[in-house]
Design a protein around this ligand. Sequence first.
Ligand code: ADP
Ligand code: ASP
Ligand code: MG
Length: 815
Amino acid sequence: MKVLKFGGTSVANAQNIKLVLDIVLNKAKQDKLIVVVSAFTKVTDLLVLASQKAASNDESFKEVVAKIEKNHLDAIKELIPVSEQSGSLSHIKRIINHLETLLDGCFLLGELSPRTSDTILSFGELLSSYIIAEAFKQHDKNSGYKDSRELIKTNNNFGKAAVNFEITNPLISDYFTSNEAQIVIMPGFIASTTDGIGTTLGRGGSDYSAAILAGALDATELEIWTDVNGMFTANPKIVKQAQPIATISYQEAMELSHFGAKVLYPPTIQPVLRKNIPILIKNTFEPEAEGTYISNQDISHANPVKGISHIDSITLITLEGPGMIGVAGSSKRLFEVLSHESINVIFITQASSEHSICIGILNVDADNAENAINKAFANEIAQNKIDPCIVEKNLCIIALVGENMKNHQGLSGRMFSTLGKNNVNIRAIAQGASERNISAVINERDVKKALNTLHENFFEENTKQLNLFVMGVGNVGEKFIEQISQQKKFLKDNLKINLRVVAVSNSRKMYFDEEGIPLKEWKSLLENGEKADKEGFIAKVKSLNLRNSIFVDITANQEVSETYQHYLKQNVAVVTCNKIACSSGYENYNNLKQLSQKYNAPFLFETNVGAGLPIIDTLKHLIASGDKVNKIQAVLSGSLNFIFNNFDENNSFHDVVQEAGVQGFTEPDPKIDLSGVDVARKILILIRESGYKMAIEDIKNNSFLPKECMDTTNNDDFFKSLIANADHFENLLAEAKAKESRLKFVATFENGKAGVGLEFIPKESPFYNLEGKDNIVQFFTDRYVDQPLLIKGAGAGAAVTASGIFADVIRVGNI
Ligand code: ADP
Ligand code: ASP
Ligand code: MG
């Protein structure tokens, strides 16, 4: 004998019921079967709605009933041949009339008692089980039907009645000993008191009905047929990467379901556990999938954590005050109050000082609990011995579950550091002595992020998802996205990094896709995106609240640089090639660095100096290992280097500057490069990263541009001024020739002083042979005294800058 239970989605309509028929008829060839069915999907919710409407004098309950009626009549019409339909149709109509009469009663009285509510809710299973039994008769004339209310007996705790097994078990076994039918259909969820008054076993209780039957009959197996491939490592609707668990122990399954894995109603395990009857969870829509096998054997030791589950809508109530210490029985009194109010306590922690006790209950019970507790402790509160209880609503419990967790050190550390890294604030923690679960209370808005990041850490071979929000998709931005697109697979396979671009924006438009933008189409998607809005962008990043989020600034825009603080405060990392923030006022630079530390959000800007060259990263390592930078000498402008390397008798200064712009080697406004401002910013950033406090005004700028060029206010005028001042530039060139030297724009920091300017570089200098758009930087430090540490290579260009940004993104991934 086996008991099979089919849930709401499995019997949602005629089409699904046909799948159920196939599964059952096939299995009935080997075994006698009891088939327990739920109400059609959502019907119990509709019954709740209709009864609430009726009790509040809202006539639209009739529309809800009409909808329920139509669903069931439609199913009959598809499942039963026309010639035989009339009896079934009129039976359904009779049941619906009865339901309507009850609802009319509620409407007239303006009242809904728990007892009436249970009677009304029972109609879902009565309707579904009748129709399914009729459908079975079409295939197996001897298939039977039994109303569970006649066999499952409970107390009168309406809404969630407790089963009286002493009466129930013999009723069930007596009935089935004399029953010959190979298949018997029964409604789940419903039962009755010994006086015959209808009760229900609690929402989701059809699983329990099936388990009660299986337990009473010593069934060989209990099969729970639902809409997913078993019990998953986390709720598959929230964690896309969740996987079905092949085998799991009763205790683990009970723990997971207790902490919110809705696939199994928590009390279900008890009746079968006692008899050692295995439970198999299967998918009606994918019957060939293996499913989950729950038993007391085969406890897999592969991963000490079996699953992660969560309960929404939690309230924490804290009772504290000096009066709690040493006074025996405060907690006893607290729990008595709650028990008296029938409030279920889901979570408890108590400080060892006994100074405070904290409990987790459902939001719906919060007001009731608060009033009752404050009333019970009114005396102590009046004498200031205990504070009125502190109530925090809209929280959520997340729990790691696994039988074998107790044998592994460091799991809770790993759990909390994973949450901490993602800025998930933990409000309370509990770990049972059995260590079958470690649970934490967090804010409801963080639940998706928390579950996903924990799942990633404990189940996905440490694959880390990075979510990028890219602002600025010009030359460099486009290259950056291209590089991601090329490297995506490599990163996933080799570095276990799953890189997703979740948002792109330019100055006109922005586009978001929570699942990751398909990179082949980003341009057209962006073109059709919403209007760009920096505030809106911040708000969206915040509301998506994705784990490992990174804001990537590939603009040269001041306003964008002013938004970094908002990201860092949300624990969103910032990667930027925009130099403005790091070369702005020292306070601002320092504040961003502090925020980065405080909120555990990396702030990386390697490309601010030398494009993709690892200059800042090297500097960081020098400083971190205790070295001290005493002197820096550098050619830091790829643009100026390109310009002075190409400026000769055959190419005018103006033409070379123009060419540099076309090739993307200058800033959009070339004056920023030629005036020396850009180089001043870069050396300032290196000085600051070396640990010195300095401002841009402290950097002496010996500009080689004539005043007329400096005074221009737009690109056109600037280029004209370069033509007008051609003599000035040619003289510089001639002087360099005469001195057998080359022109280089050099930045220097020594003895606490810094400056930038054009210099005549003699042949012996390592700067003399600097080619094309290369950069070079020499660090003289306590360790590198005579021979400096030297970094040299291409220091401008879209591709190398993009790769520098990329490297920063990967650095975030590795932190
Ligand atoms: P039924 O109507 O078949 O009883 P339920 O809706 O009660 O189905 O339970 C199945 C649902 O439970 C799944 O669709 C899934 O959304 C949810 N669920 C939550 N946590 C888990 C989990 N850990 N594993 C599987 N399903 C889960
Ligand atoms: N139909 C009931 C409910 O929705 C019982 C069940 O589906 O298990 O809660
Ligand atoms: Mg269910």
